[in-house]
Design a binder for this molecule. Structure first.
Ligand SMILES: Nc1ncnc2c1ncn2[C@@H]1O[C@H](COP(=O)(O)OP(=O)(O)OP(=O)(O)O)[C@@H](O)[C@H]1O
Ligand SMILES: [Mg+2]
Length: 1005
């Protein structure tokens, strides 16, 4: 709805409360007209829906539309009958209160269509189970059946409902329709016996005659020609109405009744002595059979009346006129009661049978004729208008009540509304004893000759002084001109209506006799319709008016207990034409529907009201403080907004949850400001959007140009690479072919490559340390260079290795080098000595006797080792210590210096090539101090001899002997040591006087 506020110039306002000039009927009609021209047939007056019959199919009733209105707030979408249906449904579900939708309007205004649309809406949108589907189907199917029996073609409507209908739809706790109940009101029974020119009887008669099979018609005694029947005779053409077969509930009895009504209409009367008599027996024969009554009794009932006077029953013949009235009364009674029976039958099929949950909610649909005014208004119009008078009373009361309740709920002071209270008219009609219906009752049932005119007189006597009542007799001269003598006038809320009293008092006594006859019927339906107990009921029979009054009171009770919604239907023209808007006719209906009064009540206070969040959401862009979002309380936001908009205090009120705006112009001013704002916002957005889209277009363009350029580069690069690769391969192959030739253009690339790859390989596989002798094989051209490189590499490694050697280690290595030079491949136990490091000394200070140390004096001791000395004679082994000083070797026996050999006197050193530890120190013989050569044995012979050689600088004086060593002892005597390899070390004096040494072989040669 809010969205269409902006389009109001073209399509008017969607809610009449927004009409600036709300008291003007012209403005009201103009708004309707504008909307009707745009096919907008629905408009609200607050929560009341005004509908104008479009007389054409509009695309607004499909499933999409139903979905659009489902669960949506009333005001958020454009006015629609679905919105009313949905609103009632939601209120029923959320508030758990029964609802009713009151649909009123003239004949042909679209009431029945509206009620069908609501029913369809529920059938489609409500949840459904299999069982529910059956109920939905039955609810929908009840319509064509009821329409066949209760609808007829009239001048105003081809399918006019000739009865009022109130239908309850029952919903279970899940909101699914589970049952229904129909109450019918005031079937227009007179139509059975009489139709105005151009109108027809109820559809069912034509459906039977046109659609019934031959056999059926024969059995019922009917002909396939409506012209044959008095009750149908006025109709020249009779189109077959669809749906006959569906309507045919195929109860034989029902068809018997319909046929018998037609036969009744054809009963002919003659006159005998002023009394009526029946001239054709055929009809009576058929009637007796079809109705299941005795023919004679029936004949009597159709020609006599039974009067009950002073407790006695009197039979009196009827005159011709009375007889045909009695016949017609019987027809009407039979049809009317059968109709009620049918409604009950439908109700049985719609009954909610689930006993487990007796609780259900209800939405009632009331489809009842609107106010009717014709040139001649009969008793039926009186009832209809009385009904509308009651509905108007209810409507005003409930609308005012709900308005007042809303004001109270919102904490806004209620300002009393002046309105026309039509209670005075209702009372005039229905008041006990004094009301028109009571007077009619009284008159009809009083003994004596009651007639229409006596009733009129009685009326004048009783209510003559009432401001809303006039009779011909009481009227002023001007009124008299437009009133007949048998008429009385009522001043209804909707206008003045003259009612003709003709036939109002149709003898209840006649009806009583008919009742008696029908109670005897063997037809099962009539048997139920005319209860035999009625015969024994001593109470006065009720007149139709009294019955109607009672049923109306009941209806009011039903409606009062529910929350009402209203649909006011209007027809745009009398010719059932689409697109024609007859202003006079519309004005007439606006008046009779009381729409202006309705609008006045609704507009008495405030024209517009909305919940804070809705109002703020719509207009927040109009105030910098509320745009784009208001963070605080909603009411404060709305207060800030309206202050910014410059609302005057009298223009609005803030309730608890809603803002109330008194005048539409205030709202429209705001709406216009919103339009302007929207434009500027839209311009900004558009500019922003354009900029953004241009920028992204440009970026896309640029991206694609850059991409193209980059792809070009890549492609060129790939091509170049391919070319280069091909060149390389070509040159490589050529070079390989000429590889053995001197460097020339053909092979230079290949040779360079080979060189390069050798160097790269070398680079990756250089020897890791000085002991690593690996070296890649160079190509022929690089042999020399490779060798140079190898040496350089080795030097480099040696150099860096040496740089890292500590002095101690260097000393060790030097000694080991000397040992190697002396013994490598010469002495058998040399290899075992290699991994063992030489120590600086094998005897520490505490191992050497202090006296020895003292004796040595300042002489520096370089090495000391325990040794075994073999005597010169007898070769006895004696433990000794060998000390090497800077000047000589000293043999020590504990504290004694046994022998000192200066290095200068040391001639040489002999040692065997075997693995033994024996060695001989040869000394100069001319040195007298010496006792001759010394035979010693050391466990560390390699180390000891190396040390002696270094200390004495006698490296070249070490002899390694094989077989034997000859040495000299004192006075030039020579001794021999024989060395033989054996399994173990053995030193002993041999028989030949030699020292024999057996030493194991450690290394195989
Ligand atoms: N919403 C609608 N869209 C299209 N056509 C419609 C609509 N409402 C009514 N009509 C047309 O108007 C005709 C009369 O409508 P409907 O029978 O509902 O009137 P009514 O008010 O029930 O009249 P009555 O009081 O005589 O029963 C329908 O047969 C249909 O052709
Ligand atoms: Mg209708």
């Amino acid at each position: 709805m809010e969205s269409a506020l902006t389009a109001r110039d073209r399509v008017g306002v969607q809610d009449f409360v927004l009409l600036e000039n709300y008291t003007s009927e012209a403005a009201f009609i103009e708004n309707l007209r504008k909307r009707f021209k745009e096919n907008l047939i629905y408009t609200y007056i607050g929560s009341v829906l005004v509908s104008v019959n479009p007389y054409k199919d509009l695309e607004i009733y499909n499933k999409n539309h139903m979905e659009r209105y489902r669960g949506v707030n009333f005001y958020e979408v454009s006015p629609h009958i679905y919105a009313v249906g949905d609103n009632s449904y939601r209120s029923m579900r959320t508030e758990r209160k029964d609802q009713c939708i009151l649909i009123s309007g003239e004949s042909g205004a679209g009431k029945t269509e509206a009620s069908k649309k609501i029913l369809q809406y529920y059938a489609v949108t409500c949840p459904a189970s299999e069982q529910v589907q059956t109920v939905k189907d039955r609810l929908l199917q009840s319509n064509p059946v009821l329409e066949a029996f209760g609808n007829a073609k009239t001048l105003r409507n081809d399918n006019s409902s000739r009865f009022g209908k109130y239908m309850d739809i029952q919903f279970d706790f899940k909101g699914a329709p589970v049952g229904g109940h129909i109450i019918n009101y005031l079937l227009e029974k007179s139509r059975v016996v009489h139709q105005n020119h151009g109108e027809r009887n109820f559809h069912i008669f034509y459906q039977l005659i046109e659609g019934g099979e031959e056999d059926l018609l024969r059995r019922l005694g009917l002909e396939r020609n409506p012209q044959q029947y008095q009750y149908l005779v006025k109709v020249r053409t009779c189109s077959t109405l669809k749906g006959w077969l569906r309507v045919c509930v195929c109860v034989c009895e029902l068809l018997n009744i319909i046929a018998s009504v037609l036969h009744l209409g054809n009963v002919q009367y003659g006159e005998e002595d002023g009394s009526a008599c029946i001239t054709s027996d055929t009809q009576i024969k058929y009637l007796a059979r079809l109705l299941g009554v005795n023919g004679t009794v029936l004949t009597e009932a159709l020609t006599h009346k039974k009067i009950i006077a002073k407790g006695e029953e009197l039979m009196s013949p009827l005159n011709l006129e009375q007889a045909s009235s009695a016949r017609d009364a019987l027809s009407k009674a039979v049809y009317g009661r059968t109709f009620t029976w049918l409604v009950n039958k439908i109700n049985t099929s719609l009954t909610y049978t689930d006993d487990s949950s007796k609780h259900y909610s209800v939405i009632g649909l009331l489809d009842i004729y609107g106010f009717e005014v014709f040139q001649h208004n009969s008793f039926e119009q009186f009832c209809i208008n009385y009904c509308n008078e009651k509905l108007q009373q209810l409507f005003i009361e409930l609308t005012l009540k709900s308005e007042q309740e809303e004001y109270e709920a919102e904490g806004i002071t209620w300002e009393p509304v002046q309105y026309f209270n039509n209670k005075i008219i209702c009372d005039l009609v229905e008041e006990k004893f004094k009301g028109i219906i009571s007077i009619l009752d009284e008159e009809c049932l009083r003994p004596g000759d009651a007639s229409d005119l006596t009733f009129l007189e009685k009326l004048a006597d009783t209510v003559g002084g009432h401001p809303h009542f006039v009779t011909h007799k009481l009227a002023d001269a001007k009124t008299r001109k437009v009133m007949g003598r048998e008429e009385f006038r009522l001043l209804h809320y909707a206008g003045e209506v003259n009612y003709n009293v003709n036939g109002v008092c149709v003898c209840v006594c006649v009806c009583v006799f008919n009742l008696i006859v029908m109670c005897m019927s063997e037809n099962k339906i009539l048997n139920q319709c005319f209860d035999r107990e009625e015969l024994s009921d001593k109470k006065r029979p009720e007149t139709a008016a009294a019955q109607f009054k009672a049923s109306l009171a009941k209806l009011m009770e039903i409606l009062m207990s529910k929350e009402p919604s209203y649909v006011r239907c209007m027809k745009p023209n009398d010719s059932k034409q689409a697109g024609r808007f007859d202003e006079v006719l519309i004005r007439h209906q606006v008046k009779y529907l009381g729409l202006m009064e309705n609008l006045r009540v609704r507009r008495a206070g405030f024209a517009y009201r909305r919940r804070y969040e809705v109002f703020l959401q719509r207009y927040k862009s109009l105030c910098p403080d509320t745009w784009p979002n208001w963070q605080g309380k909603l009411s404060d936001g709305v207060a800030t907004l309206v202050k910014h908009l410059g609302y005057k205090p009298e223009e609005y009120k803030l309730g608890r949850s809603k803002i109330f705006i008194r005048f539409p112009k205030t709202l429209f001013g705001t709406e216009e400001a919103l339009e302007t704002r929207k434009h500027s916002l839209a311009t900004k957005l558009q500019a922003g959007w354009r900029g953004y889209s241009q920028k992204s277009k440009y970026q896309k363009l640029r991206t694609s140009a850059v991409q193209a350029w980059w792809r070009g580069i890549l492609a060129r690069r790939r091509a170049r690479r391919r070319r280069q690769a091909a060149d390389t391969i070509r040159r490589f192959i050529k070079g390989f072919i000429h590889r053995h030739e001197d460097r020339c253009p053909e092979n230079e690339y290949f040779l360079d490559y080979v060189r390069y790859s050798f160097l790269m390989k070398l680079h990756r596989n250089l020897p890791k340390n000085v002991l690593d002798k690996s070296w890649p094989t160079p190509p022929a051209a690089l042999t020399e260079a490779s060798e140079h490189l190898r040496q350089l590499c080795m030097q480099n490694m040696v150099w860096s290795y040496c740089k890292k050697i500590s002095p101690e280690w260097k000393h060790q290595m030097e000694q080991k080098m000397i040992a190697s030079e002396l013994f490598k491949d010469k002495k058998d136990n040399y290899p075992q000595s290699v991994p063992k490091l030489f120590v600086s000394t094998r005897l520490n200070g505490e191992d050497i006797n202090p006296k020895v140390v003292q004796a040595l004096g300042s002489e520096k001791m370089k090495y000391a080792v325990p040794v075994t000395k073999y005597d010169r004679k007898g070769y006895k082994a004696r433990p000794r210590q060998l000390l090497l000083t800077s000047s000589g070797a000293v043999i020590v026996e504990e504290a004694k210096l046994k022998q000192r050999i200066d290095y200068g006197a040391l001639k040489g050193i002999s040692v065997s090539s075997l693995s033994d530890g024996l060695f001989v120190l040869h000394v100069l013989s001319e040195d007298n101090k010496q006792k001759g050569d010394v035979v010693l044995q050391s466990d560390h012979v390699i180390e000891t001899l190396t040390k002696i050689a270094i200390c004495s600088d006698k490296i070249n004086n070490i002899n390694i002997n094989q077989g034997s060593i000859t040495y000299t002892v004192g006075q030039g005597k020579e001794c021999v040591i024989d060395f033989t390899p054996g399994s173990e070390l053995l030193v002993a004096k041999a028989k030949n006087g030699h020292l024999s040494v057996t030493a194991p072989r450690l290394n195989s040669r």
